[in-house]
Design a protein around this ligand. Sequence first.
Ligand SMILES: [Zn+2]
Ligand SMILES: [Zn+2]
Length: 383
Amino acid sequence: MNKHDRIAKVLREGEANGDGWSLELNTSSGRTVYAVAVAQNNRRSRTGPTWSYVFENDGWTSIDLGTPGSFETLKSAYSTIGLSPKDIKRVLISHGHSDHDGTVSEFLDDSEAELWAHQSYQPLKNYIPWEINYRKGSILQKELNRIAEEKIEPSKEDDSRSETDKNYFENRKLTVVTKHLEDGDEFSDLKVMSTPGHSPDQICLVLDDFIFTGDHILPEITPHPTSKMVFRNTISEKLPEFLKDPSELYGLGTYLDSLGKVIQLGDEYTVLPAHRLFNKSSFNWSGVERAGDIIHHHEKRLNRMVDKLQNKTSNLEETTKGIFEKSKLLGSNLYAAMSEIVAHLELLEDTRDITITTGGEISIQGSGTNYKEYISGLLKPGP
Ligand SMILES: [Zn+2]
Ligand SMILES: [Zn+2]
């Protein structure tokens, strides 16, 4: 037992992987928060269901909905708490990934609800995420895309899935955001924290002693960090001023800074994540110390990378092979693995622990230990 283990009143029992569970929770001040797990539709995702949270805060408020195609599942889940979309006054999206905002357009059509999201959400939802970046924005990005083109066969897309995705992106462009959230905003008892890194528009929401973390902090799995972003010119010119320099919204350093920010909140907060609250037939309650665990995971990876670079120059492909097992580098997995390594190399470049030549050769600079100081600074507990 840890102090975040709480007795949840089970309103509906679901599957071992979390699908279908419906819970009633209480904050320290006695406020009721409903948590329902919406199974992913047509997805072979390892993250499991998306948890949608519902509570009263100047009217019924929902956080996150689920994947495209899961609207009926969401409605059935809401019926277990005695609500329907028509009862909801506003929907807050933790970030613009399809497993969170996948059914927003149906929800808005079926209700009077407003849509609230981080101020970056609206301008970015007009684009398909993988089409916005200028793939030659840095030596590492150029290398990543060169190797990917050379080594990865384009996958034969499953037609029904790409059709669902297409509809999702088209519908998403048309949704209207009523409130553009910024760090520090407060609405009645709900506080907004901007926590970019996993996604540029990722927010955490604090209510009493609960923190709804979206994909910023997850139990069991380490959320995928973004790598740095250079927007294509044609897109950049259409973006608002605050997005023109995206360095504070993307990248591993940005992500780790945002984890440090949550640690500063202090130990009394309970993390309510968008995935894995329940898995393998048991609950995963945790506090902000989970943010520290995730920082340690990345620190270990950085340690291994720096170790391998001592006395030996390397490049992106070799560094990736040195960190991941062969089985994790097959097909499109290679891209995911390399982009994760790019994010870590970018951080080591920022802390001046490595240099990268224009030919993509990577070597240690100085003692290669500056990053350790940076990380221990993040882990210092808050007031
Ligand atoms: Zn996500
Ligand atoms: Zn997610």
